[in-house]
Design a protein around this ligand. Structure first.
Ligand code: 13P
Length: 250
């Protein structure tokens, strides 16, 4: 039986003051969320602080990115071992903002995925199509290509300890959520594709939905058979809203 995971991707938002307030709020409410898992992914510089603030709660911490290399002359990058030492359990890889704004290729995302596993972190692999790709009917091709980059490098068994986040790019930060049926269709496609290679991995893997999830639409989305929680952007910055989304997942 899969346990749903709701993760907040804070992106490049916050300050020491605001993360303190947010974490106080989340901690106060997290004790009543026992039926699903909760994680937050702060900007890297705040990770140690957030790990400290989360202490004593069930809130797990993840990074928003990770270097594909393990150490050395990679200015500006952060190694998996460092994230692990700082207290991370998860590492987001291949977020569409990284792919689109910073030119991360499928191959680089796959290498970052591999680095997370080497460090003992659970990668949250983001996949998803652009609006034009949805409109020209290539959603499944795009998602399959993004998954295959990882499977070709690491083998399907690498997905046994990974999370997939399906985030249609046109739904991110736009207020335009995929309908539960639209999302379910792609989630089922992902699970069926994995099942063709390994039925157990396909059955057990957590596949989150991301893209304009709010307290008001979370229950409907999470009620679909292949949607195992969410990766939440804007709505993760308010404790009450995020907790309501976590509650919808349990
Ligand atoms: P929004 O929830 O703000 O649409 O962002 C989704 C996202 O990109 C999470 O990674």
């Amino acid at each position: 039986m899969r346990r749903k995971l709701v993760a907040g991707n804070w992106k490049m938002n916050g300050s020491l003051q605001s993360i303190f307030t947010l974490m106080e709020g989340l901690k106060a409410g997290a004790s009543s969320i026992t039926g699903s898992d909760i994680a937050v992914c702060p900007p890297a510089v705040y990770i140690p602080k957030v790990v400290g603030l989360a202490d004593g709660s069930a809130i797990k911490v993840g990074s928003q990115n990770i270097c594909d290399q393990d150490s050395g002359a990679y200015t500006g990058e952060i190694a998996g071992s460092m994230l692990k030492e700082a207290g991370c359990q998860y590492a987001i890889v291949g977020h569409s903002e990284r792919r689109a704004l910073y030119g991360e290729s499928d191959a680089l995302v796959a290498a970052r995925f591999a680095a997370a596993r080497r460090a003992g972190l659970t990668p949250i692999l983001c996949v998803g199509e652009l609006l034009e790709e949805r409109e020209n009917g290539t959603t499944e091709d795009v998602v399959a290509r993004q998954l295959d980059a990882v499977i070709d490098l690491e083998g399907v068994s690498a997905l046994a300890d990974a999370v997939i986040a399906y985030e249609p790019v046109w739904a991110i930060g736009t207020g335009k959520t995929a309908s539960p049926e639209q999302a379910q269709e792609v989630h089922a496609f992902i699970r069926n594709k994995l099942a063709a290679a390994d039925a157990t991995i396909a059955e057990n893997i957590v596949i989150q939905y991301g893209g304009s999830v709010k307290a008001s639409n979370a229950a409907e989305l999470f009620g679909m058979p292949d949607i195992d929680g969410g990766l939440i952007g804007g709505a993760a910055l308010q404790a009450d809203e995020f907790l309501a989304i976590c509650d919808a997942a349990q």
